[in-house]
Write a protein that binds this ligand. Structure first.
Ligand code: PMP
Length: 286
């Protein structure tokens, strides 16, 4: 495997950044994960737009032109022979002697990129069973709309989920409403087939897959309510699911100890999963 690190393509096993990288010391950086599907980059424009927004919210300079970034993405995919899989890219505020204040103007942002193959059908197997979620108290800062690498609450929540035999943890805010999962957006489907998901304010990451499902739902004529939902409402929902670039549309069949419906993925979520790419931008790799 090969990784891109600050202008160079290096063996993945030797890909490293400096110990004084601000991403390493302060989580002072942002990232994106994009799906590669059948040799196409899924929703690339939306991911790169969100990267630009994250960078600008943190006043980190854009490391390179979009055309150059796209070139690196394609190169990393091709060097790793990825046909189906994921691209990871991270931009930090760069390397400088440790000091909380921003480093001197002119300090170059660090850019790393990796790509890995995920066997086609691997996530479909998980989706065929459906997954369980647990709930944890929302304990993150109020700017989780910025996709920073500061993911410690998410790491702890997801580990707790794993130890409980679940795949995801849903954060529940002080009003008793579900915000999102540790690495996914959260959805329920009501008995009248209405899709419900929290509005993308500062309280959640505005998922690209979430946007894709909103578009798909419109194409398919489903009504959608963008509003918060409580744990109680979720437990009595007809179906529920998670969205993310790495898992696409992932059916939820259990919330804490409550089994949803008959404990199997429902028809609407299965349909949304199957047709997800119909609503996405697909950029061919040449
Ligand atoms: N919320 C959080 C906290 C996430 O980390 C992610 C995935 N990175 C998502 C939602 C889903 O976003 P996307 O659909 O853009 O992958």
């Amino acid at each position: 495997r090969v990784a891109y690190v600050n202008g160079q393509y290096v063996p993945h096993s030797q890909a490293a950044v400096h110990v004084e990288d601000r991403g390493y010391q302060f989580s002072d950086g942002v990232y994106e994960v994009c799906e590669v599907w059948r040799e196409q980059i899924v929703d690339m424009t939306a991911h790169l737009d969100r990267l630009d927004r994250s960078l600008s919210e943190l006043q980190i300079a854009s490391p390179m032109s979009r055309a150059a970034l796209v070139q690196v993405m394609k190169e990393v995919i091709s060097l790793n022979r990825v046909k189906n899989g994921l691209i990871y890219m991270q931009v930090s505020r760069g390397v400088a002697p440790r000091d909380h204040y921003f480093p001197p103007a002119g300090t170059l942002p660090s850019v790393v990129m990796t790509a890995k193959s995920v066997p086609a059908g691997k996530m479909d197997k998980v989706a065929a069973q459906g997954v369980g979620v647990i709930t944890v108290e929302e304990n993150r800062w109020d700017r989780v709309d910025i996709k920073t690498v500061g993911l410690l609450p998410n790491v702890l929540a997801k580990q707790k989920a794993k130890e409980a035999g679940a795949r995801e943890a849903w954060f529940v805010d002080k009003n008793g409403l579900v915000t999102e999962g540790g690495s996914t957006n959260a959805w329920i489907i009501l008995k009248n087939s209405t899709l419900v998901t929290r509005p993308a304010t500062h309280g959640i990451l505005k998922g690209i897959t979430r946007a894709g499902v909103l578009k798909l739902a419109e194409m398919k004529g489903f009504s959608v309510e963008e509003r918060g939902f409580s744990l109680e409402e979720a437990k009595s929902a007809q179906e529920a699911f998670l969205t993310s670039a790495s898992g696409l549309v992932m059916p939820v069949v259990k919330i804490n100890e409550t089994i949803l419906g008959d404990g199997r993925p429902g028809p609407i979520v299965q349909d949304l999963r199957k047709s997800f790419h119909e609503a996405s931008e697909l950029i061919k790799l040449e």
